[in-house]
Design a protein around this ligand. Sequence first.
Ligand code: NAP
Length: 288
Amino acid sequence: MNILITGSNGQLGSEIKLIVNELNLTNYIFTDIETLDICNKVDVSSFIANNEIDFVINCAAYTNVDGAETDKINAEKINILGPLVLAETTKERNIPIIHVSTDYVYDSVSQNTPFKETDNTKPQSVYGVTKLQGEKEIQKNSKHIIIRTSWLYSSFGNNFVKSMIKYAEERNSLNIVFDQVGTPTNAADLASAILKITISYTENNASFKSGIYNYSNEGVCSWYDFTKEIVFLTNKSCEILPIETVDYPTPAKRPAYSVMNKTKIKQAYNIEIPHWKESLIKFLQKNK
Ligand SMILES: NC(=O)c1ccc[n+]([C@@H]2O[C@H](COP(=O)([O-])OP(=O)(O)OC[C@H]3O[C@@H](n4cnc5c(N)ncnc54)[C@H](OP(=O)(O)O)[C@@H]3O)[C@@H](O)[C@H]2O)c1
């Protein structure tokens, strides 16, 4: 079976590529916007037909959360039209799709216990609204898996962990919000989970269990706790000071609470999820 990965130059797509190369899997085709724009229906249809694609993993997205507040047109195009094109094309050919979404779709104002996939949605930002609508487009193909993830970091691209390592080296102290809690996700762990689901279907004939699934690392922390751990593990002397969100205004509103319950994906696909601290240690060892 041939597997197409879209948006594969980003954090998650690059981690998938790394594992696929390590495993010497040859039936994976990696694309990004220069090779395959997910918003272009004609191109997506002919690419899938010409390459005899049997399975799609969509890692393409507009992920600039603050940028989306003023660049709504592009955020909507990539996060809504793109998933619509992919859903229609995969449905026409009766092939499954794995799509990645976000914890920002949940109703974090009314709830402060870990979100289950069936809990209410109520995004607070343009990015969250577009990602929720994108999920609805993906559901037009009944053979879909939507994975909601949070606080993604990886060896590739820009992310919070890399920024904190850099700032902690340059500055004596850093002010970090302590009143937003959630769970970091090492993109390498998410990539492994996605490949486990993919391989179980494409190589082992396991059934494809459509639906929405949460995935982050285990545990809970604030951005302040996360930064304290990054600085501690990298032996930096920078002091980390807790501040409130009101003292660090951003264009897009961030959820104060965004912890997810991962029971569904663990049970459905027999996936073991590492604690965020273990995964951070693994990441730092790999990226010394
Ligand atoms: N990052 C996070 O903290 C986070 C948290 C929760 C959920 N997520 C979700 O997780 C998924 C993966 O995120 P990520 O951090 O790996 O994203 P990323 O690093 O921003 O990668 C997205 C990739 O998609 C590409 N792309 C953009 N428009 C495209 C188009 N029209 N056609 C094809 N490719 C296109 C981007 O190219 P350019 O760079 O050239 O635009 C980029 O290479 C996304 O669905 C995101 O919403 C991310």
